[in-house]
Design a protein around this ligand. Structure first.
Ligand code: FES
Length: 166
């Protein structure tokens, strides 16, 4: 298709990549914007490696979106957070990143950016609508159910997420 300039807000910065409307967000992140932290694995929307966070406006409810599925013409004007945008204002790691490291939650790391995004969306949901501690394990399992990991499995990820939430 015809290439044109798109306006996106990525990690709090306005970006104007050139792309075709049918281009995939993950390709634009990698090739136009140099943001390679978002991983492309299955490419067919079933592994969660490419998960990013979208909001209609800053501070609005966070939703997870698969960047291997999202086409440029359907995401214009959204506020997008990639794994590069999780760090704090002084470059410090997000508490989830810290705990994933300290808790040895990952091995090869390919699933990690998507897991971080899924967990951060869950934290946003729980901040808006808390659940009893007894329901937390379920919510965590649900939140990362679309994220595949073939190395360490899910227990350590789930434990690390729980530790950060509690
Ligand atoms: Fe997008 Fe697997 S690469 S879901």
């Amino acid at each position: 298709g015809t290439r044109r300039m798109f306006t996106l807000h990525i990690n709090g910065v306005e970006q104007k990549p050139t792309a075709a409307g049918g281009d995939l967000l993950v390709d634009v992140l990698h090739e136009e914007l140099g943001l390679t932290g978002t991983k492309l694995s299955c490419g067919i929307g079933s592994c969660g490696a490419c998960k990013v966070i979208v909001q209609k406006e800053p501070g609005g409810p966070k939703m997870a979106m698969l960047a291997c599925y999202a086409r440029m013409d359907s995401i214009e004007a959204l506020h997008i957070t990639t794994v590069e945008g999780l760090k704090g204002p002084d470059g410090e790691l997000h508490p989830l990143q810290r705990e994933f490291l300290d808790g040895h939650a990952f091995q090869c790391g390919y699933s990690t950016p998507g897991m971080l995004m899924a967990a951060d969306v869950l934290m946003d949901q729980l901040a808006r609508r808390p659940v009893p501690v007894a329901k937390l394990d379920n919510r965590i399992r649900q939140a990362i159910s679309g994220n595949l990991c073939r190395c360490t499995g899910y227990v350590k990820y789930a434990q690390a997420i729980k530790k950060v939430i509690l």
